[in-house]
Design a protein around this ligand. Structure first.
Ligand SMILES: Nc1ncnc2c1ncn2[C@@H]1O[C@H](COP(=O)(O)OP(=O)(O)OP(=O)(O)O)[C@@H](O)[C@H]1O
Ligand SMILES: [Mg+2]
Length: 393
């Protein structure tokens, strides 16, 4: 049996190495194989743009535009004031019906703008995509997640939280906006004391809500005992930060008050530093390999990858348990790193969650145990070919 949630059509235009490519599929998991540089990761990146944010490479929007002499637009189109730099069109099948979802970079009079359309209607904000699509991914770029700065880990955690609490996207976007606005006013002046008070009140309300949602998500994940995925390691998760420790000792309202006072008291310091001394944007999401009692940063690359898989699948399972459905899952070159038993556990989990997982690899042989429960595509020279493989078992 297959899920009724997943993409059934994906069309790329001037996206990375694709001039124009179309892929039609059903909601079963998808395997993309092909040589290095063929365009496999680019397809996953395109899917990641169907959710709010900058996609799985956190690329600048203009960097995504196909960089190729042949793709230059005809003279007439180049001169027009409106043009598309790149575009993605898709159809998402859900239990409630099908949605046509599109996004792309529009250039109007030299100005770039990301456009998002659902059923042909332009959305006011890309954050509204959260009501339609939830995408999670594990990619080779995330190998350094536990070594890099806390910002990368917070982004990772926030994406997991979106799946259970879609308002979280809005909170994070608003909080970042208020934070930038406060820094701008501190730097250039032009606002009185009351204006700062009002801005800081909003910042503290959104900021405390962000920390509370992150804490609640982690609690649910740990309580749900949604942890066992074959021989994958179990992870201990925690949040470290000032707001979180206040929330451990005080009510949300008292925490907001405390946060507001700190913001008020640190205006001068923040003016000089150009930052904000305290807030959920400074918290860290820490992960420990439970069995070994070792911080993820000190685990081997393979162990870290296994921890990541363990966490994202626990989040997907929790989402499913709570009736929020399962996300689209993008697994870029993940399978090659796991032994036979872990691969089997991962495949079983994908099938039992009825999840449309998009998996890439250079070697189709790694996916044989999926047999015909998945669909195969061959990617070569920026072309996608449907592959009806009969794998000999
Ligand atoms: N803006 C762009 N315009 C044109 N080509 C691009 C652009 N950005 C990236 N590419 C090219 O797209 C090609 C495919 O990249 P992609 O990362 O999808 O390959 P892949 O199939 O995942 O390969 P690998 O197996 O090595 O991971 C690469 O040659 C890359 O240089
Ligand atoms: Mg790749």
């Amino acid at each position: 049996m297959t899920s009724s949630y997943g993409l059934t059509r994906l069309v790329l235009t001037d996206f990375r190495n694709y001039g124009s490519a179309q892929l039609t599929c059903d909601v079963r998991p998808v395997i993309l194989t092909g040589p290095n540089g063929a365009g496999k990761t680019n397809i996953l990146e395109a899917i990641s743009f169907l959710s709010p944010g900058r996609g799985l490479r956190r690329a600048k929007l203009s960097e995504v535009t196909r960089n190729n002499e042949e793709s230059k637009k005809p003279e007439k189109e180049q001169n027009s004031s409106l043009s598309w730099a790149w575009g993605i069109a898709s159809t998402l099948s859900t239990p409630q019906g099908s949605w046509d979802i599109g996004t792309g970079l529009e250039i109007q009079e030299g100005k770039e703008r990301r456009i998002v359309k659902i059923g042909g209607e332009i959305l006011k904000s890309q954050t509204l995509l959260r009501d339609y699509v939830h995408v999670l991914w594990v990619t080779p770029q995330m190998d350094r997640l536990f070594q890099e700065g806390a910002a990368t880990r917070r982004r990772f955690l926030d994406r997991l939280v979106y799946g259970l609490d879609s308002m979280h996207v809005t909170r994070v976007t608003r909080y970042e906006h208020y934070m930038r606005e406060r820094s701008r006013l501190l730097k250039y002046g032009g606002a009185d004391r009351h204006w700062f008070d009002a801005l800081e009140a909003r910042m503290s309300a959104e900021g405390v809500a962000i920390s509370a949602a992150r804490r609640q998500f982690i609690d649910h994940l740990l309580q749900a005992k949604a942890w066992t995925l074959g021989t994958f390691p179990q992870a201990e998760l925690a949040l470290a930060g000032q707001i979180e420790s206040w929330l451990g000792a005080y009510s949300a309202l008292e925490t907001e008050e405390k946060f507001r006072e700190v913001l008020k008291a640190s205006r001068q310091q923040d003016r000089e530093s150009g930052g904000v001394a305290c807030g959920p944007h400074r918290s860290d999401f820490t992960v420990t390999y439970r069995e070994k009692n070792r911080a993820a940063a000190f685990c081997s690359t393979g162990e870290q990858k296994a921890l990541l898989i363990s966490i994202v699948f626990a989040a997907a399972r929790l989402q499913n348990l709570q009736g929020a459905g399962v996300p689209l899952m993008l697994l870029d070159e993940i399978v090659a790193h796991f032994d036979e038993r872990r691969r089997a556990a991962l495949f079983e989990e994908i099938l039992s969650l009825k999840m449309q997982a998009w998996m890439t690899g250079t070697d189709i042989g790694l996916f044989t145990s999926f047999n015909n429960k998945v669909q195969y595509f061959r990617v070569e020279n920026a072309m996608v070919h449907e592959k009806s493989v009969l794998i000999k078992m």
